[in-house]
Design a protein around this ligand. Structure first.
Ligand code: 1Q0
Length: 216
């Protein structure tokens, strides 16, 4: 299988997006952050239909963010920091559970992506430091337990654990990333992890500073 076309997943683009989204002042540009996520969706799509519900859920979250970013108040949704400031000022953060007919806030929506980014960081780190004998399903499940499971309902946890079993072996994942050599794979993965850690830590600080880590 060849996955190395321009329209397919490219780790170069993933890396560029998650790097560029951090400005020299240490702010997070939402446009590039979401570009990074769009690239991840391509990765999931390359994995096949079992991951469709995860990819759909990610698309839903990205679309909510895009609608804010291009909507009436687009200026306020330029960076993570400006979004938080605006939604706090305007009292639209939803610190309480919302009626389901209202569009969730940018802050609570991005928080879902932010938590998933921790899963990705842990998973890629495990992938980089493993061997062909290790199971990707186990690595994925371990990262999920560490980063995400406690934020998910029982039903979602069951569905996720079934999807994890369908994860292909390391070599197939490396094929999608278009790396063959073990060393090259390690380097690409670790570079990506570094970029993710940087964005994650900034976002985490902003959410912590405003007591927003538990938005319902
Ligand atoms: C590749 C395998 C993907 C494994 C993904 C792990 C996370 C699984 C979580 C699945 C749950 C999705 C169902 C819905 C969940 C929602 O309840 C939840 C909360 O939202 P809400 O509105 O109900 O409060 N939503 C979320 O937590 C958002 C979840 C987003 C999942 C993002 C998965 C990102 C996957 C990326 C695949 C990339 C793989 C490696 C790339 C290698 C690159 C070198």
């Amino acid at each position: 299988i060849k996955h190395c076309d321009g329209k397919d997943f490219q780790v170069r683009r993933l890396l560029a997006a998650f790097r560029h989204c951090v400005t020299p002042e240490g702010q997070v540009l939402l446009k590039d952050y979401l570009e990074g996520w769009k690239e991840l969706i391509k990765f999931m799509d390359a994995l096949g239909t079992v991951f469709g519900f995860i990819s759909q859920e990610t698309i839903t979250k990205i679309n909510i963010m895009q609608s804010y970013r291009t909507g009436k108040h687009s200026d306020e949704y330029h960076t993570l920091e400006s979004m938080v400031k605006y939604e706090l000022q305007d009292n639209v953060v939803n610190f309480k559970e919302l009626p389901s007919n209202r569009t969730p806030s940018g802050c609570r929506t991005l928080l879902r992506l932010h938590r998933a980014l921790k899963w990705l960081e842990l998973f890629l780190y495990k992938l980089a430091t493993s061997t062909d004998q290790d199971s990707t399903s186990d690595m994925c499940a371990d990262a999920y337990e560490e980063a995400l499971a406690r934020h998910h309902s029982w039903f979602i946890r069951q569905a996720a654990s079934i999807a994890f079993l369908a994860l292909p072996p390391r070599r197939t994942l490396f094929d999608i990333v278009c790396v063959q050599e073990e060393q090259e794979a390690q380097m690409v993965l670790m570079t990506t992890v570094k970029a993710l850690v940087r964005v994650y830590n900034i976002t985490q600080e902003v959410y912590t500073a405003h007591g927003m880590l538990d938005l319902p």
